[in-house]
Ligand binder design. Structure first.
Ligand code: ZN
Length: 203
């Protein structure tokens, strides 16, 4: 009688272990497939390599909006916006961008498209934009500081890009801070397309 009860218990445990193993294997297979289909989240080291590469290009004064999609080995697709002063000749700018795309694809083994953002050099426009951005940022939080404010002129909207410094305990809330600032700026001017390129700790 005791032996019989013991056998039953063992069967149950072994059965449970096997089911857990099957579930676990199934989960991993599904996860890998979903990651490949959706493009898994980019490796931060690769992102920094791409940014450094582009930032070192002639005429390039900054970058933003890097997107990297990893669809498996040799199938990484990326895009980035390269900021170039609007006084640079379009042929020269294209030459640099074309060369960067080729070198990045050879050296980092990724397929990249670089989009050019002509950054305005119009001092009056920059001054006006700086005032709007700085006041919006102060209204969200008096201790936040916007810097390196630059802009591109569009047909239907004005793109404004800047870096933000916040007190270090608030860095983990970067996503919320970004949303609040974008909201505040859009209240001031609905035509604005706002890119808070980085949120780092005040030093
Ligand atoms: Zn852009």
């Amino acid at each position: 009688m005791i032996g019989h009860a013991f056998d039953l218990a063992i069967d149950g445990y072994v059965g449970l272990l096997i089911s857990l193993f099957i579930l676990y294997t199934g989960y991993n297979v599904a996860k890998e497939t979903v990651n490949i289909l959706l493009g898994s989240s980019p490796n931060p080291e690769l992102c920094n390599q791409v940014k450094d590469f582009v930032n070192e290009g002639m005429y390039i004064i900054g970058t933003h909006d890097l997107k990297v999609h990893d669809y498996g080995p040799g199938r990484t697709i990326a895009s980035i916006h390269a900021e170039i002063q609007d006084t640079v000749n379009i042929v020269d700018a294209h030459l640099i961008i074309d060369d960067l795309e080729k070198r990045i694809s050879e050296e980092l083994n990724i397929n990249i498209v670089i989009h050019i953002d002509p950054i305005t050099t119009d001092k009056e426009k920059i001054k006006g934009m700086e005032e709007i951005v700085k006041s919006a940022v102060k209204e969200v939080n008096n201790s936040f500081v916007a810097h390196n404010i630059r802009m591109t002129i569009g047909y239907r909207c004005m793109n404004v890009i800047f870096e933000l410094s916040v007190p270090s305990p608030q860095v983990p809330a970067a996503d919320t801070i970004r949303k609040d600032i974008i909201h505040k700026l859009k209240e001031k001017d609905p035509q604005l397309n706002v890119i808070v390129n980085s949120v780092t700790a005040l030093t």
